[in-house]
Design a binder for this molecule. Structure first.
Ligand SMILES: Cc1cc2nc3c(=O)[nH]c(=O)nc-3n(C[C@H](O)[C@H](O)[C@H](O)COP(=O)(O)OP(=O)(O)OC[C@H]3O[C@@H](n4cnc5c(N)ncnc54)[C@H](O)[C@@H]3O)c2cc1C
Length: 376
């Protein structure tokens, strides 16, 4: 790696061109910030492109913009995936193409195939190290997501399992008898598609997300998944094991032994599928954020690190109190907050951001609607 720092110092470097990186970059534009760059290790929307082919958005898209309400999967004012894609539940590939179109439309300064290896703060500026160069920036927005950082080490023998994030297509998986570990959205999605191909599935979860009484889809299953679980063939092909944490997986001659904490052992000839979530890219910056008890970064009311000023987090890892911002319609609420904080630091008035308020987007607020809200 070259030690030579780039001559230019950007006002902002955004890392990652997924839904969060593209969305917050548009907010930077609306805040009047021009001297910024988006660094993307693959291409715009790469994580969505990597979803299993059959997987679709659980949050529906609908062209609601004309009445001043954003499409649930929109990342910017005036943008609607429903309108541009003409589908209600886009596939990952469809949504990636939507993001590419949006990035082009807003002429975002995205540099693709640039993998960020390290972020450090030296004096007042950040050093952003990539394989080939070091960039300097006054502010950094970390938006590198979770999908490319799956949780692989969940229990002994999890290396024998296959994470659902690495499955190109459920239809192409060989075998007839599957075990899935994790029963939230990805696990149910995998079970649904396998059952659809006439496979037998046993699905294990340490809790019971399909019976959770919370009305927050960050905790309980979405209506889209619950609806799919009511299909006759889902009920016929999929056996659900609630409150059954898996302790270990053993590879044996001709297959795998999956052992639950209650001592039961389940055999399968196919590598078990792991649907246990993601470690998340924010772990790479563990030294630049304080950590909450749950391991997520402690953030200021502007989603800035509380130990390194000028470093912001955007995307599904954002947490405030008990609010989990893991869906697009949740974490997009923070884009204008971050853009406004950076614009203020740069001495820009950012008047255009006031428009976000009209669309129900946050500008200064920390949480959605306070403790009275039944969904929080
Ligand atoms: C199967 C599945 C279904 C989902 N369904 C829904 C849904 O229906 N509705 C919803 O709202 N949310 C859904 N989500 C969640 C949603 O996909 C994520 O919240 C979203 O992808 C997060 O966007 P992001 O921009 O933070 O991360 P990503 O989309 O992962 O984007 C991060 C980008 O950063 C790049 N990157 C990573 N590391 C580096 C690096 N070191 N240097 C440079 N670039 C880097 C990546 O290539 C990637 O393009 C789903 C997630 C999954 C896995």
């Amino acid at each position: 790696m070259s030690d030579k720092a780039n001559e230019d110092c950007y006002d902002v470097v955004v890392i990652g061109a997924g839904a969060a990186g593209v969305g917050v970059s548009i907010a930077l534009r609306h805040a009047g910030i021009e001297n910024f760059v988006v660094l993307e290790r693959h291409s715009v929307g790469a994580s969505f492109e990597g979803w299993p082919a059959e997987t679709r958005f659980i949050t529906p898209s609908f062209p609601t913009n004309s009445i001043g309400m954003l499409d649930l999967n929109s990342i910017a004012i005036g943008v609607s995936p429903a309108f541009s894609l003409e589908v209600e539940h886009p596939t990952g590939e469809e949504y990636a193409s939507h993001l590419r179109g949006v990035a082009q439309f807003f002429e975002l300064p995205v540099r693709e195939q640039v993998d960020v290896l390290r972020v450090t703060k030296v004096g007042a500026d950040f050093r952003v190290d990539t394989k080939d160069e070091t960039l300097r920036a006054k502010h950094v927005i970390w938006a590198a997501g979770e999908f490319q950082y799956p949780r692989l080490a969940a229990f002994s023998g999890s290396e024998f399992c296959r994470h659902t994030a690495t499955v190109p297509s459920y239809e192409d998986l060989e075998g007839d008898n599957f075990i899935i570990i994790g029963g939230y959205e990805s696990g149910i999605d995998a079970a649904y598609h396998l059952a659809c191909s006439d496979k037998q599935v046993r699905l294990f979860d340490k809790g019971c997300p399909w019976k959770d009484e919370s009305s927050d889809p960050s905790v309980a299953l979405s209506t889209y998944s619950l609806e799919r679980m009511r299909e006759d063939w889902f009920e016929r092909q999929v056996e659900l094991f609630a409150h059954t944490p898996i302790e270990s997986v053993l590879q044996v001659d001709g297959g795998y032994k999956v052992k639950a904490i209650d001592g039961r052992v389940f055999d399968t000839t196919v590598p078990p599928l792991l649907a246990g979530g993601f470690d998340g890219s924010h772990k790479l910056l563990a030294d630049l954020f304080e950590q909450r008890k749950d391991g997520f970064p402690v953030l200021s009311e502007h989603d800035e690190s509380t130990v390194v000023s000028g470093l912001f987090l955007c995307g599904p890892a954002v947490r405030h109190q008990n609010h989990v911002f893991c869906f697009i319609y949740k974490y997009r609420q923070r884009f204008a907050v971050v853009a406004k904080a950076i614009a203020n630091a740069l001495g820009l008035p950012a008047e255009e951001l006031e428009n976000y308020r009209k669309w129900g987007m946050y500008l200064d607020d920390l949480s959605c609607c306070g403790e009275e809200c039944a969904t929080c």
